[in-house]
Design a protein around this ligand. Structure first.
Ligand SMILES: Nc1ncnc2c1ncn2[C@@H]1O[C@H](COP(=O)(O)OP(=O)(O)OP(=O)(O)O)[C@@H](O)[C@H]1O
Ligand SMILES: Cc1cn([C@H]2C[C@H](O)[C@@H](COP(=O)(O)O)O2)c(=O)[nH]c1=O
Length: 186
């Protein structure tokens, strides 16, 4: 199974995706990936390099082409759990003003996940959790991104989990229950 975790910064994706991957003995991966393109993207995200938002969308799509080859290879032998994938591009880049049809067209090689866990969180709680990332100036932007994620959740049937007032352990338990439910039906 190909399982994706989505959500805004501070929603708990990395924590929960790692816990699930460990529990079900899956290969854990993330985007932007650790490919050369992914590393270049992180240089841009750090503010050291400035690019147009459409260029950034193209770079995330390029990273995803490389990353999807790796995911397909790993899926031959085990489940894959991925911390961010296609829907991060649709949510973040469309809120940044990039045309959604354009984003979908440049990501036509992306895999369709078997499960997408969308972790949602109260924005103030998210800001406190990731204070080191000084994302305060992105507060309004992240609220719009979370709204876009919820729109996508309706459209693509994501499993939505609110992590705001739940411990890491309780969120993991809820995710595991949802995973087992889907696994039994597969
Ligand atoms: N349910 C929770 N309750 C309290 N703290 C949490 C919870 N989930 C995660 N955290 C803490 O919040 C911080 C961010 O968690 P994590 O890195 O998993 O979020 P993220 O969604 O991957 O963020 P980013 O996209 O910025 O990487 C970490 O310090 C983590 O320990
Ligand atoms: C895959 C992907 C990511 N982003 C953004 C979302 C986050 O702000 C950063 C990644 O940070 P993280 O702490 O490693 O999660 O990149 C994006 O805008 N579009 C994408 O496709």
């Amino acid at each position: 199974m190909f399982i994706v975790f989505e959500g805004i910064d501070g929603s708990g994706k990395t924590t929960q995706s790692k816990l699930l991957a460990e529990k079900i003995k899956a290969f854990w991966t993330y985007e932007p990936s650790n490919s050369d393109v992914g590393k270049f993207i992180r240089e841009i995200l750090s503010g050291n390099i400035k690019v147009d938002d459409k260029t950034l969308a193209l770079l995330f799509a390029a990273d995803r082409v490389e990353h999807t080859k790796l995911i397909k290879e790993k899926l031959k032998e085990k489940d894959v759990v991925c911390d961010r994938y296609l829907y991060s591009s649709i949510a973040y880049q469309s809120v940044a003003g990039v045309d959604e049809d354009f984003i979908n067209s440049i990501n036509k090689y992306a895999l369709k996940p078997d499960i997408v866990f969308l972790l949602i969180v109260d924005i103030e709680v998210a800001l406190k959790r990731v204070k080191t990332k000084d994302i305060f100036e992105k507060k309004d932007f992240l609220m719009k991104v979370q709204d876009k994620y919820l729109e996508l959740a309706e459209k693509y049937n994501f499993i939505v989990i609110d992590t705001t007032n739940k411990s890491i352990k309780d969120v993991h338990k809820e995710i595991l229950e949802q995973y087992n439910k889907v696994y039994k039906q597969s």
